[in-house]
Design a protein around this ligand. Structure first.
Ligand code: F6R
Length: 622
């Protein structure tokens, strides 16, 4: 959903901005642009396309500008084009924006009646024009910014600079993520942490309704109160601590290398291979003493005994993790679990009560619909827990409690390692809930815990199928459509396999519960249609075999993921073997070949798998 960056300090701004934009390109790649101030005033370079296209139109050598802003766009209002690329400018005021201005049409009409002629079709352009309009009516620059923000409805993270005030950089947040990087005698702002990890590990997480005014020597936080008021919320002076009640500076323990490809051609493949480590890291704190987990999350034994229902809301891949959790929690803790897509949850009457627990699952912690669902649940009196990957994200700050997945920065747009890390967190919750509610006997809990301990090793073994998935991907790459079938706890894995395939390879794919096939989708099966079946050896195995027979009888090409390959080799066209696991834990392993199959299908179809078309990593608009 667009990435924005800004810099002020002693370095040459342009290379810093370009480096930051490159690392945020996963957020959108329809167009890119930068603006900087040098001896000639403001210079703007922008173009349709990617950061590399922008690089081609930049002056060489880099101009001696020490302040600048940049933008990489995921189009919402106005087609991807040069004219709609950010930054937008009016009267020497430059703006980059991530978010949506909902009332931009009214504002545009108002500005047009004052004589403004718009140079783009974007919602953003009203912002520099409004600031300029307020200044023409006599307001000083900072007051004009605040007055403008009070005119806006919607969500935004903004970077603003002005030709008349070249020693200051402004960053504002209302509903879209924004962080301030604190360096030595320099400041950065960005939509996400990886943008500037190579320069600093110290960050301020702006809250909604805050403006940060940066100069080389200090950063000052102010509330977005009406023009004229400038009550400081604290000052950060690099190298020194801020004032007592000043903004909290958080030190992040991610390294820049964690956000690099480390020899892989694609982030997605690197992240698939990181899963043994990221699952281990997510569980590390709890495996030796799981019973303490819920207590330390603020979920007390009294609360657990009083709990009548659990609600989980999430989007996309995180929603699939939630579906897996429903199976595990209901089986191990005997507690009813409602799972809902966050964008649906928030727009209907929710029967949430005070003795309910609400869990949001979100890799980014910034997904607009998930945040809205979490707020709604909180309003209704539920205790809110978020399972989240990004420290300091909005979800983590707003929830009553946070369980961090330790997947590190996920850069590939298609989520992989965040998913298995979420599964790890959810399995632990299910086991502990089961124990605390007296539904899971100690011996069974110990069996599950000891298998979770082995999970990193089992995932490593499952990863050995990569070559085979590449060969299968090559054989099916011309397909226009595919079916994914699974039963029970592996039905969400079929959904996840289908989602991964469509977003990366652009092959249409449907995930279905295998038993439901005969109620409709079986009509799609024709000679050669690839049908992926997740068939672990469990109480549903024989029923799944019948589904395989039904597909074969109609000429479908069956690709099976199983821990019981012997009997299946004669039936299926392709058999991908994964290590055996307890049913509750089998999703960890079954998803691995599906991630790899999607990855190779995308690569062999010639797609940019790290940045699939029309998608953005963090969906911060509704
Ligand atoms: C799919 C994918 C998306 C995200 C979804 C939720 O590969 O990445 O479906 O899972 O946008 O994002 P988070 O988890 O950040 O809330």
């Amino acid at each position: 959903m667009c990435g924005i960056v800004g810099y002020i300090g002693g370095r040459s701004a342009l290379p810093v901005l370009m480096d930051g934009l490159k690392r945020l390109e996963y957020r959108g790649y329809d167009s890119a642009g930068v603006a900087y101030i040098n001896g000639n005033g403001i210079e703007i370079k922008k173009t349709k396309g990617r950061i590399e296209d922008l690089r081609k139109i930049l002056p060489l050598p880099a101009p001696e500008a020490k302040i600048g802003v940049g933008h990489t766009r995921w189009a919402t209002h106005g087609a991807p084009s040069d004219r709609n690329a950010h930054p937008h400018v009016c009267g020497g005021i430059v703006v980059v924006h991530n978010g949506i201005i909902e009332n931009y049409r009214d504002l545009k009409t108002r500005l047009a009646s004052e004589g403004h002629e718009f140079a783009s079709d974007t919602d953003t352009e009203v912002i520099p024009r409004l600031i300029s309009s307020h200044m023409q009516k006599g307001l000083p620059f900072e007051d004009a910014i605040k007055k403008t923000l009070s005119d806006l409805r919607g969500s935004y993270a903004l970077g603003i600079m002005s030709q008349e005030c070249p020693e200051k950089l402004y960053a504002v947040r209302n509903g879209s993520p924004l962080i301030i990087g604190v360096g030595l005698d320099e400041f950065f702002f960005a939509s996400d942490i990886p943008a500037f990890l190579q320069f600093t590990k110290k960050f301020i997480f702006l809250e909604d309704g805050q403006m940060c005014i940066m100069s080389r020597g200090q950063a000052r936080l102010e509330p977005l109160e009406p023009a004229g008021s400038s009550k400081s919320m604290g000052v950060v002076i690099p190298g020194k601590t801020g004032v007592e009640d000043g903004p909290k500076v958080v030190e992040i323990d991610w390294t820049p290398e964690m956000a690099e490809k480390e020899g892989y051609d694609y982030f997605m493949l690197k992240e698939i291979y990181e899963q043994p480590g990221t699952v281990r890291d997510t569980m590390r704190e709890w495996l030796d003493n799981p019973v303490t987990m819920l207590d330390s999350l603020g979920i007390t034994p009294k609360m657990i005994l009083g709990l009548t229902r659990l609600h989980i809301a999430a989007c996309g891949t995180s929603y699939h993790a939630a579906l897996v959790a429903k199976y595990i929690i209901e089986a191990l803790a005997h507690m009813p679990v409602d799972v809902e897509i966050a964008s649906e949850f928030r727009h209907r009457e929710q029967l949430i009560e005070k003795n309910n627990l609400f869990i949001s699952i979100t890799q980014s912690g910034e997904t607009a619909d998930t945040l809205a669902a979490q707020r709604e649940a909180s309003k209704k009196g539920a205790f809110t827990l978020t399972i989240c990957n990004v420290v300091g994200s909005t979800a983590s700050r707003e929830a009553d409690s946070v369980l961090y997945t330790r997947a590190g920065p996920e850069i590939g747009v298609a989520s992989t390692k965040a998913f298995t890390a979420q599964l790890a967190a959810l399995c632990l919750i299910a086991i502990v809930l089961g124990m605390k509610r007296g539904r899971l006997i100690a011996a069974e809990a110990e069996t599950l815990i000891s298998q979770l301990r082995k999970m990193p090793l089992l995932i490593e073994k499952a990863l050995a199928c990569e070559q085979q998935t590449m060969e299968i991907a090559d054989r099916i790459k011309g397909s226009r459509s595919m079916l994914y079938l699974g039963r029970g706890i592996n039905y969400p894995i079929a959904l996840e396999g289908a989602l991964k395939l469509k977003e990366i390879s652009y092959i249409h794919a449907e995930g279905y519960p295998a038993g439901e096939m005969k109620h409709g989708p079986i009509a799609l099966i024709e000679s050669g249609l690839p049908v992926v079946v997740v068939a672990p050896m469990n109480n549903l195995f024989e029923k799944t075999l019948s589904n395989i027979e039904e597909v074969k009888a109609r000429g479908g090409r069956v690709i099976v993921i199983t821990d019981e390959p012997l009997g299946l080799r004669a039936m299926a066209d392709e058999v991908i073997e994964v290590p055996p696991a307890h049913t509750a834990l089998s999703p960890f392993l079954n998803v691995i070949p599906l991630q790899l199959l999607a990855f190779w299908s995308g690569v062999l179809n010639g797609n940019d798998v790290d940045k699939p078309r029309n998608l953005a990593k963090s969906v911060t608009v509704e």
